[in-house]
Each structure stands twice: as C-alpha cells, then as structure tokens.
Design a protein around this ligand. Structure first.
Ligand code: MV4
Length: 514
C-alpha cells in the first residue's frame, strides 16, 4: 500500500479521500488555493501544499504544479477526486510519466470514453445496446434528414465531443432539422472547439440509471449495481438513490453485465460509471461512461457495504478485488441530497456569504459528507455544492422519511441553500411513489420552489424570535411550549421557512448552543 497520497481536489471530496487514506494508514497531502488556506480539507489532511491563487485555472487545474508538489512531498500517488483534473487524459499521462500512480483509470481508458461517438462505437463493438443513431459525424442536413426519416421523429442532435448535455438539440419535425443542425454545430464548436454532431432517436420520458463498476488490475471487473439519478435540473443532479425502483434483480444483472462489458472494452481499471437511459418499457441504452469517482458514490457504498474510495486506493496499489459478483446484492435503500448554496426560490441563483451557523444532522442511518464549517466563506470561485446528506434505511419509504427528518435537523445560516427544496421533494406525492424520470424536476419545479418571503415577514419573524428567546430565558417549565414549538417547526416547512429558521436560532441561543 502507498505510504503517502496527494489529493488533487478540495471540499467534501477531498475530505472523503482524506478519511479513506486515514483508515488505510496512508498519509494524505491536501492541495489548496489561496482562497482555501483555512478550509477543512487543508486542516484535516496530514500535510498541505498551496498551489496558487483562488481561480481553479491558476490552482486546482495546474496539473504540472500539482505533480511537482506530489514529487516534492514524497507522495507515491495522486487521487484526483471528481471534476477538475479527474477526466483529463493528459493529466493521467503526466502523473504516470512522473513515476507516480494516478488513482483512477489508465489514460487510454479516459481517452477511449472521452469522445461520445468513439464510446458509442466501442459499446456497439462490445454488444452493448445504444440508442439507434449514427456513430460518425453528420456531413450535412440532407444526410441528417435521411437518417431522421429512417428512425422517425423526434430525433436528438448531439455533439461528438460533448457530454453533459451541451450541444444537444431535440428535433420534432423535418422542417426544424437544418436550423437545429446549424445551432448544434455552433454550440458544439463554442463549447468543445469541435463542431462534429451526430444524430440519435430521441427517447421520450426515460429515467437516468447508471451502473457503478469497479475493476482491478488483474482482470476482475464487478458491477456494484445501479443508481437512480433522474432528479436533475439542467444536467445537474440534485437527488440520487440506490437501488432504483425501476430495476429488479433480473434487470440489475443484465445492466450490470452490460456495464462490465463496456468497461472491459475500454480497458478500464478502477472505479467508473456507465450511464444509461431506461425507458418505461424496461429497455436500456448506454449513453456514456464517466471515468472517475462520482459525487453520488455514497449511495452505492451504503447499499453494498463496499467502500469505493478505499478500493480505488487498494486497486491503484495493485490489490485484487476479493468479491464475487453473486455476493454483491443491494441491501436496503440509500438517498442522497446535494446541499448546494443555491437559492431554489430565485431560479437556483448561486448564493455567497459566510457560514455563520451550521448544525449538521446525525442519528440513525445518517451520513454527512461535507466540506464546510462555521466560518467558511462561500464565494463564486468553485462549485456551489457545500455537502451531501445521505441516508440509509431498510426500504425506500423509510429512507424518504429519514431524509425528511435529517433535513429538518439541518440548519445552515449565512447562505441560501437547497435544504427547503429537498424537504418539499421528500413531501411530494410523485417522488414518494418513485414516479420520476429525467424531465420530472423541471416539470414539477413550480410546485417545489417557494417565493421569497416579503421583507415585513422577515422583520416580524425576527421580532417574534427575540420574544421567544426572551420568554424561554425567563425560567423553567418551558417543556410544554417547546413541544408545541417543535410541532410548528415541521409545519412551517411546507409554508416557507423564515419563522422556522429564526425559532431554531432563538431556541439554540436560549440554551447557549452557538
Ligand atoms: C438522450 C436523451 C434522450 N434520447 N439521448 C443528456 C446528457 C447526455 N449525457 C445525454 N443526455 C440525454 N441523451 C437520447 N437519444 C436524453 C438525455 C437527457 C438526459 C440524460 C441523462 C440525465 C439527464 C438528462 C436530461 C435531459 C436529457
């Protein structure tokens, strides 16, 4: 096993990797930008190296500087986390060329899955079902029209270099095709510097179901089962769960075998994820492979009992996976809510500020993978995801109830967060039935977001909170009224949250809990 690993990331995922290292007896080295000098990941790691100014392009994305730092401190491996340099083929190559181990797939596997058309071709070659469509770039509108007529409308134009939904255009009829092709080309050129666009049959109303795979350097490749990731907005996932309500044991085995075949075809090693669309009839189609650890890996960890990050490190160090596929059976249900500093009531506008108060949920079946603490400055330099709240319970219904309870325990002051939005989702009848697909959130958004409270209501709430605090300070015998206030706390959630938050703050102040 390695004795020292450098973590080329920040926030919650850097802390997650620090924890895995510590459990394996590996010394961890954090990197940080000037803006992150006081960040929890820097304090919690065994060592830390400043790699540049606040903008990621001058710090967390400076591959050569990071490799140089790793060499200087005597690290043997680099864990890239997700985002930043995690899926840059050139970085994986540079790490290897420096005589270090990249904790992730080989550079060649990143490259093989990097181009969406190449990945499609690779999948087809491996007998993996893909959406009907072309595998090479379109030459002109006439060719696109001929292909679209063959599959029937609607069709979807996609950027070959794409992924993540950029450069995509739905075309509902022939008349729209030529202009949509121009638009998709322009967008692809701008986003990826490559205007190659191909066409697929547009799948209507599918779920986004992905399969976690884990492969060692000795030829074992395992599926850790699926995650349901349909609750997303503009290609940003908000809630993920494992397993998926739409996947039974037979489908799990078929999709798992399929993902393993795709990964093998790419020469894949370490943790990766195959993304699929799953339609209402139970047909599934490979979309792309994410060649990194994903944000939502904890839900798979909780239902399989397998520590994915520890295994990433053990695999990178040459260990063999000791599991057999038949042993990997999901147990219970896990749900993750991404706690972002975005204001759902204002179009998910990123919110900045200073975390002045933080109360983190705990208790049975609750996991908090966070990257913030009281005093953290939330700016605009980095991703707005502050933390992930993850719960486990024996079944889906109880997992939803547990998530609702855990969200009620969560208090973040200083920035707006998605907390109340998540509470409303947990209360939503369709979500509770598992009646979700990739368009669900956008369709349902109006009933899941509130409107900002009127200024006067905020002032009145502040005065009320001060009065409550004063009354509670008056002396003993408050148990009954506190009980009543607790009832009001959960009711307040559905009506908007201002009073609720102030009451909680006032009560905490009254009992000296700051
Ligand atoms: C599709 C599709 C429907 N039909 N392909 C979005 C990003 C990229 N990974 C592929 N995406 C889609 N491809 C066909 N032929 C719908 C989507 C899609 C989507 C996929 C997964 C998760 C969320 C999504 C949101 C909108 C569209």
């Amino acid at each position: 096993m390695f004795s020292k690993v450098l973590i080329a990331n920040r926030g919650e995922i850097a802390l997650r990797v620090v924890r895995a290292c510590r459990e394996l007896g590996i010394a961890s080295v954090a990197i940080y930008s000037e803006a992150d000098a006081g960040a929890p990941h820097v304090r919690e790691a065994d060592e830390a190296v400043c790699v540049g100014p606040a903008p990621s392009s001058e710090s967390y994305l400076k591959g050569e500087r990071i490799i140089e730092a790793a060499t200087r401190v005597g690290a043997e491996a680099i864990h890239p986390g997700y985002g930043f340099l995690s899926e840059r083929e050139w970085f994986a190559r540079l790490v290897r060329d420096a005589g270090l181990v990249f904790v992730g797939p080989p550079a060649e596997a990143i490259a093989a899955m990097g181009s969406k058309t190449a990945a499609r071709q690779l999948a087809i070659g491996a007998g993996v079902p893909v959406v009907p469509g072309t595998t090479s770039a379109l030459t002109d509108a006439a060719e696109a029209t001929a292909i679209a007529e063959e599959f029937g409308y609607p069709v979807l134009l996609k950027a070959a270099a794409g992924g993540g939904g950029k450069g995509m255009r739905v075309v509902r009829e022939r008349a729209e095709l030529a202009s949509a092709l121009d638009a998709a080309r322009r967008e692809a050129k701008n986003a990826f510097g490559d205007d190659a666009v191909y066409v697929e049959k547009y799948i209507v109303g599918p779920r986004h179901v992905e399969i976690q795979v884990l492969g060692d350097q000795h030829g074992t490749m395992l599926s850790l089962g699926e995650r349901e990731c349909s609750v997303q907005r503009r290609h940003q996932k908000m809630i993920e769960e494992a397993p998926s309500i739409a996947v039974d044991a037979a489908l799990r085995r078929t999709m798992g075998d399929t993902a393993v075949r795709a990964a093998r075809a790419a020469g894949y090693v370490n943790a990766g994820t195959c993304e699929f669309l799953l339609d209402a009839a139970g047909r599934f189609y490979f979309l792309e492979m994410n060649t990194r650890l994903q944000v939502e890996h904890p839900v798979t960890e909780l239902v399989t009992g397998i520590d994915i990050v520890q295994w990433q490190l053990r695999i990178a160090a040459g260990e063999r996976l000791p599991f057999r596929q038949e042993e990997i059976v999901p147990r219970g249900w896990a749900i993750e809510c991404r706690i972002t500093s975005e204001d759902p009531d204002n179009g998910f506008l990123p919110s900045t500020g200073h975390i002045s108060y933080l109360h983190v949920p705990s208790g049975p079946g609750v996991r908090w993978d966070g990257g913030i603490e009281i005093g953290s400055e939330i700016g605009l330099h980095y991703d707005p995801m502050l933390a992930k709240l993850i719960v486990w319970a024996p079944d889906r219904e109880r997992a939803v109830e547990r998530m609702h309870r855990a969200l009620l325990e969560l208090t973040v002051h200083g920035v707006e967060t998605a907390r109340d939005f998540h509470l409303r989702v947990m209360e939503d009848a369709e979500f509770r039935r598992g009646d979700i697909e990739i368009q669900w959130l956008e369709r349902r958004l109006a009933s899941l977001v509130g409107s900002p409270p009127p200024r006067d209501a905020v002032r009145i709430a502040a005065i009320a909170a001060a009065l409550v605090a004063h009354r509670d300070r008056a002396g003993p015998g408050r148990a009954a009224s506190n009980g009543a206030a607790n009832g009001a706390t959960s009711r307040a959630v559905s009506n908007g949250d201002v009073v609720d938050t102030w009451k909680q703050a006032a009560r905490r102040e009254a009992i000296g809990d700051r």
